[in-house]
Design a protein around this ligand. Sequence first.
Ligand code: AR6
Length: 171
Amino acid sequence: MTTVTITFVQGDITRQSADAIVNAANSSLLGGGGVDGAIHRRGGPAILEACRALRASRYGKGLATGQAVATTAGELDARWVIHTVGPVWSASEDRSGLLASCYRESLRVADELGARTVAFPAISTGVYRYPKEDAARIAVETVRGTPTAVEEVRFVLFDEETYEVFARRLG
Ligand code: AR6
C-alpha cells in the first residue's frame, strides 16, 4: 500500500477526469442541487437510473448519512460516481464523525472498485452549511488517516474561498 497523494484544484468536479468522482448526495439518492445537480446534469440519465435501481433493491430506505455507494458515471470522464451523504451542520450536535465517515466510506468503496484516482468535493459545505475550516480539517485528516490503495485524492473546490481554506491544509 503506497501513501495517498492529496491534491487540491479549484473548479467544477464534473469537468474532472478520475477513476471515481464523489457526489455530495442526499439520502434519497434521487438528485438535488449543488454538486449533486451538476453531476446528474452532466453525467446524464444513466446515473439516476442506477440510483433508482439502488432504491428499488438494497437501499429501499435510502442511503444513511456517512455511508457511500457507487454507480456508473454515465457520460462523466470517470468510471464511477461514489455517492455519499454528508451531515447537515448542527450547532448543538457534533457531527464531525459522520463527515469523516463520508470520506472513509468513499475510500472503502473506491478500494472495492479498484479506483486509483478519486475526486472529492467539499462534502457538506454547501446546502448542508458545514463550516469550511472544520470541514477541510476533517476531510484532509480523514483521508490522511485512512489506509487505502487509492493513489491520488483530488479535492475539487468550486470557489476560491473554499479552495484556499483546503489548500492551507497542505503540508
Ligand atoms: N463542482 C465542485 N464543487 C461544487 C460544485 C461543482 N460543480 N457545485 C457546488 N460545489 P453542496 P452539501 C461545492 O450543496 O453541502 C444537494 O442538494 C459547493 O460550493 O453541493 O453536501 C444534495 O442533493 C460546496 O462547497 O453539498 C443534498 O441535498 C460543496 O460543493 C445537499 O445538496 C458542497 O455543496 C448536500 O449538501
